[in-house]
Design a protein around this ligand. Structure first.
Ligand SMILES: Cc1cc2nc3c(=O)[nH]c(=O)nc-3n(C[C@H](O)[C@H](O)[C@H](O)COP(=O)(O)OP(=O)(O)OC[C@H]3O[C@@H](n4cnc5c(N)ncnc54)[C@H](O)[C@@H]3O)c2cc1C
Length: 413
């Protein structure tokens, strides 16, 4: 056998971030070009890739960690992928084209995919370093919360958005007495209008949650052992807390990219091909990427990015990622809500509203120049996907306006 008979070495692809966006991209890539790259994955967590959004049912005791694993270890082995778990990449050397991990090991690349996700934002509240104060992002945080619920009694969740409410529900299911502290006048104010927010609040209160709305946290107070014992508000009131969960937003993990000189503005700035604008060998997908000024914090858009990115990595890419129209749901059993687009309206906007408080049903559609631009549904969300499709398509709805409120089925009748 001569040297010419040896197969040419494959280009090396390194993925930094063994999470939902990066791994979805690899999955799509393997579908269309399984032999193209020699692939190495670095993951800072000690687990194979799992379905992060299902940490909510795990916290609520409805699922186990084993059930939410997306790619078990043998999946990586079957696809010939070198996997480094519990290994954080600390540096990208763009001149030598290698990444350097926290144990000093290096991996060279021809293509690099950064999918480092986000970190929870910890508001600069005095006392946030106390024992018993945590944020919720991964399996370790979930296990810490489950453990705390065994021995502690009063949980306070700071932030009444989707993540905060799912944390509150899970801790309540685990037997804790839970208060949700939220600056706005109703929970999920970024996804729901006041009427839907009030229905949600009433239902969660019926289930035992308490709300501190319009409340500004001034400090977290500790005991002599350095453990959190109470939350103090700006008006001087205090409520007991031996577990505090911060759910006050996320920040894209861009430190690694920034240190490597990649342009970052709220995220790693990428083209429609998901290539970083600074270095065409480097791609970024997921919550760490900023596309047309937006860093998404939901799984549907980051999966759309993954699909497009995979085609470009496969060098068969004609697709462009042009941004996503997002929708929101809440993963609390027995509560159905859905919101998409501009549900607050504004000048020149029309609203069509159906309200049946006794039945717990609320439906608001927002139209602008004969197009559906937003929907906010509570109680019955069966038409959510249809409304999202109409919003995405920007379709003229004049001809179906009479049936709009009653859903796609009403069109046929
Ligand atoms: C509890 C919870 C519930 C959620 N529910 C929903 C929901 O219902 N619907 C929805 O759309 N979204 C939901 N989300 C958000 C969703 O999980 C994220 O949008 C999605 O995970 C983003 O994918 P990502 O790959 O960008 O980030 P991640 O999934 O966070 O993956 C990033 C990975 O990179 C690793 N990493 C970071 N830096 C390095 C480094 N330097 N070296 C090596 N590895 C590194 C991280 O440890 C992490 O494992 C939820 C999130 C949480 C926490």
């Amino acid at each position: 056998m001569t040297r010419d008979d040896l197969p040419a070495p494959r280009p090396r692809l390194v993925l930094v971030g063994n999470g939902m966006a990066g791994m979805r991209t690899l999955e799509e890539l393997l579908k269309i070009a399984p032999e193209r790259y020699d692939i190495t994955v670095f993951g800072a967590e000690p687990h194979p890739n799992y379905n992060r959004i299902m940490l909510s049912p795990v916290l609520a005791g409805e699922q186990t960690i084993e059930q939410i694993v997306l790619h078990p270890l043998d999946w990586y082995a079957r696809h010939g992928i070198t996997l480094h778990l519990d290994r954080k990449v600390e540096r990208i050397d763009r001149v030598r084209r290698v990444v350097v991990a926290d144990d000093g090991s290096e991996a060279p690349y021809e293509r690099l995919l950064i999918a480092t996700g986000s970190t929870p934002f910890m508001p600069p509240i005095p006392g946030r370093a106390l024992d018993g104060v945590l944020a919720w992002r991964n399996i370790a945080d979930t296990q810490a919360m489950i453990e705390a619920a065994r021995t502690r009694h009063h949980a306070v969740v700071i932030g009444g958005g989707v993540l905060g409410l799912e944390a509150a529900n899970g801790l309540s299911q685990r037997g804790m007495s839970v208060s949700v502290v939220h600056l706005a006048a109703w929970p999920m104010d970024r996804q729901l209008d006041a009427a839907a927010g009030a229905l949600l609040q009433a239902e969660l209160e019926r289930r035992g949650l308490r709300f501190e709305l319009g409340a500004q946290t001034e400090a977290l107070l500790g005991d002599e052992q350095g453990r959190v014992r109470a939350v103090r508000f700006q008006d001087g009131r205090e409520i007991p807390a031996d577990l505090v969960v911060m759910a006050a937003g996320i920040r894209p993990n861009t430190a690694l990219a920034e240190a490597a000189g990649l342009r970052c503005e709220r995220g790693i700035v990428v083209h429609d091909t998901l290539q970083s604008v600074t270095d065409p060998r480097i791609y970024a997908v997921g919550e760490c990427a900023a596309h047309r000024g937006i860093a998404y914090g939901l799984v549907a858009p980051v999966f759309e990015q993954g699909r497009v990115c995979a085609t470009h990595l496969a060098e068969s890419g004609i697709g462009r990622y042009v941004g996503s129209q997002v929708s929101t749901q809440l993963k609390v059993s027995g509560i159905a809500l859905y919101s998409a687009g501009n549900f607050t309206g504004g000048d020149d906007h029309e609203e069509i509203v159906l309200k049946d408080p006794a039945a717990g049903v609320y439906r608001k559609l927002v139209l602008h120049r004969d197009k559906l631009v937003g929907a906010c549904l509570y109680g019955d969300t069966s038409e959510g996907a249809w409304y999202l499709q109409l919003i995405r398509e920007g379709r003229d709805v004049r001809g179906i306006r009479h049936a709009l409120m009653f859903g796609a089925a009403a069109l046929a009748s």
